[in-house]
Design a protein around this ligand. Structure first.
Ligand code: BDP
Length: 679
């Protein structure tokens, strides 16, 4: 169905200018390589071409007489001129080249999976109705690791999942029918994802056994499905495994028997899955076990696992989401925002070369607005990757529309100044600033077994955009939106313009009606949807806004606050620390100010709160109208799905608007300048 097929719709080409050209090229396909991923590329052509062109093609290894030739660089060598050879030789393993003239089109990859990427690139061009008769494309991914983390539990539930149940597990069993896993792999490879961890970072009881004979045969099968699409499989592990599933009484990383236990474990896993990626580890975080129990640190813990995986080229992806989740809210000196940096920065240089630290994009936890994490790039001698959240945990849970690409782009563009101007997060995680052996990007996935994968059909754009963006971070949010819309809904002007406008404004709209000016956390505790202004205010999680009768915001300055601003390089340290320089949208993240404090916009904080919340609600009404105009352009199912979500979003925006405005009116006693009704 259309909703199931996401951006690989392969709808019949109707552009009469292009159809002849496409029909010409897709008649004789020469396949010169035999690898698994080249076979997957051919399968994809078989799936796509008959639908798009109402035509069939022949397949042979007769390259000379083929209209399209695909293969890896070695097998295709004779067909590449020296310039093309040189170009490819200059690029990484996942690079491909597409070259065409009126007669023939060549796709050459630096590896088999690169051929698959090249074929997807071509199919994308066709879906976008582009001219393919004079192509000269060379592309390589900017990031080495392009990963997704599934937060799927063995019982079939998904931690922070908003699209149904797991496509991997049901009632503590692996799903029997693996079609969806295969299709997921197809979708992911079409946007260049090359790594996946398939179980929740919180590894509860039964999942701990994933690394045992009990489950490895099934995991081996899943690894095999992903392998065909060039995606390496990882597992989240429980640091306490030697105790939980072994017969040791300790998981102390410096204990010889523990080290041996993990070495044996690694051997066992690699017997089943020779190209197993490695472990994702959440340790000493939110009640998960870790090295702290044994008075060891994160370097001790991760290195021990790294040594076990090393003989097999495995990696340890160690998460930096570590903070005191049992803090006393009365203690105003501890600051959760400081935690990742405080824990990890002092350990720089002590990590094994196959350890990669995975750092969330902001210092707190995927709020609608946070500054970039100061830990990223701050450890020149330690591999790092950034972690985004495609799942809309705090950004509307795939009920509310929130196109996240602009948020991620802002983070990637952040210039840390760690090694002078131009040391952006984008370049750091691409491995261009520090001599990382491994680096890249990971993100929490947003899919489940809903027919449309993502609950809200428009949330498919975030998954698509995530892959595209981390392959090529210089793509604009607009470009990614356009590509996605055309492939998903077709190229009609009306559809394109409307959905693009909706997507590009969505993040700002969501921010308008939720927590203001970077303060975050005014969500319902636990579920994290809908407003509850004081829900987290007197709790142990370190998530406060400090609103009182005089003002609001968290003082993180050097002089009077938590000193968090000191974790940044100049000029950010000064900018964030200085009330006159801090950008409005982050004001309350860094400062506690009176309600009548005047923003750079010229408004007072309190008036900004009122205006933004009234506006945000109206903007959602606007989204509903925009979507309504597409009634005749979008198939009923997808139309109804989005319409329903937008109605629910409006209810949510209303709750937020009224609770936030009322709360701050009551706290401050200051009325709205425009005299609007505040309940
Ligand atoms: C938070 C989620 C929680 C996750 C945690 C994590 O609320 O469910 O387990 O992040 O990243 O955002 O480990």
């Amino acid at each position: 169905s259309k909703k199931y097929n996401m951006w690989l719709q392969y709808q019949p080409i109707t552009d009469t200018k292009m159809i002849e050209q496409y029909q010409y090229f897709f008649t004789k396909i020469g396949v010169l390589s035999e690898g698994l991923q080249v076979q997957a590329a051919l399968d994809e052509l078989h799936a796509a071409v008959p639908q798009m062109l109402d035509a069939k093609f022949t397949v042979s290894n007769d390259a000379l007489n083929s209209t399209i030739v695909i293969g890896n660089r070695n097998d295709l060598a004779r067909f590449l001129d020296s310039e093309q050879q040189a170009k490819l030789a200059d690029m990484n393993d996942e690079a491909f080249l597409i070259a065409s003239n009126q007669e023939q089109l060549i796709i050459a990859g630096n590896s088999d999976v690169a051929v698959l990427y090249g074929v997807h690139h071509l199919l994308r061009l066709v879906q976008l109705n582009e001219d393919i008769a004079q192509l000269s494309v060379v592309e390589q991914p900017k990031n080495q690791f392009r990963m997704l983390n599934q937060w799927d539990n063995f019982d079939g539930s998904i931690e922070r999942g908003y699209s149904g149940q797991s496509i991997f597990y049901q009632h503590n069993q692996f799903v029997e029918d693996k079609t969806r896993i295969k299709d997921y792999a197809r979708f992911l490879s079409s946007v260049g994802i090359n790594a996946i961890s398939i179980n929740n970072v919180n590894v509860w009881e039964e999942e701990t056994y994933f690394i045992t004979k009990k489950y490895l045969p099934e995991i081996q099968e899943i690894a095999g499905i992903f392998r065909v699409y060039g995606i390496t499989l990882y597992l989240s592990i429980n640091f306490g495994s030697p105790v939980t599933i072994g017969d040791l009484d300790t998981a102390d990383p410096l204990d010889q028997s523990v080290q041996n236990w993990w070495k044996e474990k690694a051997k066992e896993i690699y017997d089943y899955i020779p190209d197993f990626g490695g472990f994702v580890v959440k340790a000493d975080s939110e009640n998960r076990p870790g090295p702290f129990t044994y008075e060891r640190d994160h370097a001790d813990g991760s290195n021990m696992l790294a040594k076990a995986l090393e003989p097999f080229q495995g990696k340890v992806i160690w998460r930096c989401f570590v903070y005191n989740h049992l803090q006393d809210w009365r203690d105003r000196t501890t600051d959760r925002a400081r935690a990742a940096y405080d824990h990890f920065k002092p350990l720089d240089g002590r990590f094994h070369e196959n350890v990669i630290l995975q750092v969330k994009n902001g210092p707190m936890d995927f709020q609608v607005r946070e500054p970039a994490s100061p830990l990223i790039g701050a450890m020149p001698n330690t591999n790092q990757m950034i972690e985004f959240q495609v799942a809309q945990e705090y950004t509307g849970q795939q009920i509310d529309l929130c196109y996240l690409i602009p948020q991620w782009k802002e983070i990637l563009a952040f210039d840390t100044h760690i090694k002078g101007t131009g040391t952006t997060i984008e370049e750091i995680v691409a491995g261009n600033i520090h001599p990382y052996k491994y680096s890249g990007v990971a993100a929490v996935s947003n899919i489940g077994d809903d027919e449309n994968w993502t609950g809200n059909t428009l949330a498919q754009a975030n998954l698509y955009g995530y892959g595209r963006l981390i392959w090529n971070p210089s793509l604009l949010s607009e470009q990614i939106a356009e590509e996605w819309i055309k492939q998903t809904f077709g190229s009609k002007e009306e559809v394109l313009n409307t959905i693009e406008d909706m997507l590009l404004n969505a993040w700002g709209i969501y921010e308008n009606y939720t927590a203001p000016l970077g303060v975050g956390w005014m969500v319902t505790p636990g579920v994290h949807y809908g407003p509850n202004i004081d829900g987290y205010e007197y709790s142990k999680w370190g998530t406060y806004h400090f609103a009182d009768r005089d003002g609001i915001g968290v003082d993180r300055t050097k002089e009077t606050g938590t000193g968090y601003t000191e974790q940044y390089q100049e000029p950010h340290r000064t900018i964030y620390n200085d009330l006159d320089q801090v950008p409005d949208e982050l004001l309350l993240f860094f400062h506690h100010v009176p309600y009548k404090y005047t923003l750079k916009s010229g408004k007072t904080v309190i008036q900004h709160i009122y205006d933004a919340h009234f506006k945000g609600y109206e903007q959602v009404e606007g989204l509903i109208e925009q979507w309504e105009n597409l009634r005749n352009y979008v198939d009923n199912e997808r139309f109804a799905n989005v319409q329903d979500r937008l109605e629910r979003q409006l209810d949510n925006a209303k709750e937020w608007r009224d609770q936030i405005n009322t709360y701050f009116y009551r706290k401050s006693g200051i009325g709205d300048q425009h005299g609007r009704t505040i309940y």
